[in-house]
Design a binder for this molecule. Structure first.
Ligand code: HEC
Ligand code: HEC
Length: 356
């Protein structure tokens, strides 16, 4: 084979691998989740933890004297979980045409040991979304989005925003809140820095490629779609453009008042945006992300809207996912700050970033 042909083959092979590495290629001890994209491993683990209502350490050994040893099979619960994955796949294959109908949550419903007796009382149906008080919306997708744009400041005010620097704290990862900073530029560049006692976690998206790093070594970004949702500098102008097949859903009760809900798809995720019918502002975003063990559902609630340079921004974000909850509180937001040209580039001397 000519040298050039060999090089080309190598390049193609590494591009293919860089696009969709499989879980068993990136992790050491994958026996039953083989073939799943490596990027789905984290979400799948969140689904299992959330379905059973447990932490990672329920199945994995915690080590305080070195890197975590998630590949070890010391715990019975991890070995049982493997059998459960196989059982679940078999039920779905044999009885539901291979659709992921039965999941860990179907039986476990937030407990490690499922109920095997019926509940004592009949529980009234959850007053959740889609039920109890939902009614058809009188507005179209365009009207809901237009109302949001007007309520949040209008196109002219948003158009003047070129960059944003924000500072705040995130709580919910441990006893103490961590400092968080973001740097954004139009339309969807973002660098996110979380300062933890053990080091800095950083993540960036420059509109075409992204990376994340803990302690300075950059790796390709796993979840480009989620990062792009967060990176929108002027969400009322651009967030809905990330979604396809947008349609209006039923109006749905919020804690206070009701919401107009629109829904669409971003890749294989299903995204729903809730707008407070009184204020017109984005109140909630719910994303369902398929994994082999069930959908990972994440919910962000937006609150404490304040006007900054003529546009309304949420200073409080409550994020719930896989049974965990964290709160992001912003203390400072500044617009049109100067941003250095390589602000979104990965740290020098690290793995090459990965595109979309
Ligand atoms: C209910 C049990 C259970 C829980 C809870 C759980 N895991 Fe896992 N985890 C597993 C199983 C089982 C595997 C191996 C899957 C396989 O063999 O295909 C695994 C594999 C992994 C691996 C791959 C390790 C390697 O190198 O082979 C990582 C990383 C991981 N889990 C992280 C986590 C994290 C982080 C959490 C908490 C968010 C978590 N897990 C919660 C059962 C669990
Ligand atoms: C069809 C119902 C069903 C499904 C689906 C199911 N489980 Fe289970 N699971 C059970 C039952 C029942 C038990 C208790 C078995 C016992 O007590 O011997 C159990 C036990 C377990 C245990 C051991 C709990 C302990 O005692 O420490 C783990 C871990 C577990 N399941 C994980 C999972 C995971 C992860 C999934 C999804 C991949 C899953 N299960 C899906 C029914 C189910």
């Amino acid at each position: 084979m000519s040298k050039i042909a060999a090089l080309l083959l190598l390049a193609v092979a590494s591009v293919a691998a860089a696009e969709e590495p499989k879980a068993e290629q990136r992790f050491k001890n994958i026996q039953v989740l083989k073939g799943m994209p490596a990027a789905q491993l984290d979400p799948a683990m969140d689904v299992m933890s959330g379905s059973l209502g447990v932490g990672c350490d329920y199945c994995h050994v915690e080590r305080h004297d070195g890197p975590p040893a998630m590949d070890k099979d010391d715990k019975q619960a991890k070995r049982t979980a493997r059998k459960m994955i196989v059982m679940m796949q078999k039920i779905n294959h044999d009885y539901f045409d291979g659709d992921r109908v039965v999941t860990c949550a179907t039986c476990h419903n937030g407990r490690p040991e499922p109920r095997n007796v019926p509940p004592l009382e009949r529980v009234a149906s959850d007053k959740g979304e889609g039920q109890g008080g939902a009614k058809p919306s009188a507005l179209t997708v365009e009207q809901v989005l237009e109302k949001w744009l007007q309520a949040s400041g209008g196109a002219a005010a948003w158009g003047k925003v070129r960059t944003r620097a924000a500072k705040g704290t995130i709580s919910g990862f441990g006893p103490q809140p961590f400092g968080v900073e973001t740097m954004q530029a139009a339309p969807e560049k973002q660098r996110f820095t979380l300062t933890m006692p053990r080091g800095k976690f950083e993540q960036a998206w420059d509109g075409a490629q992204g990376w994340r790093a803990f302690g300075g070594r950059a790796q390709p970004l796993d979840d480009v779609d989620a990062t792009r949702r967060e990176a929108q500098l002027a969400p009322p102008l651009t967030l809905a453009k990330l979604l396809t097949g947008l349609k209006v859903s039923h109006d749905t009760p919020l804690e206070k008042g009701t919401a107009h809900v629109i829904e669409g798809r971003q890749g294989d995720a299903h995204v729903r945006l809730w707008f407070d019918t009184n204020t017109g502002l984005l109140a909630r975003m719910i994303v369902r992300h398929p994994t082999p063990v069930g959908d990972l559902v994440s919910q962000v609630d937006y609150g404490d809207y304040r006007v900054v340079d003529g546009v309304k921004l949420p200073f409080l974000e409550t994020i719930r996912t896989g049974g965990e909850k964290r709160t992001q509180t912003w203390t400072e937001m500044k617009h049109n700050v100067k941003i250095v040209p390589d602000a979104f580039a990965p740290p020098k001397a690290s793995a090459p970033p990965q595109g979309k």
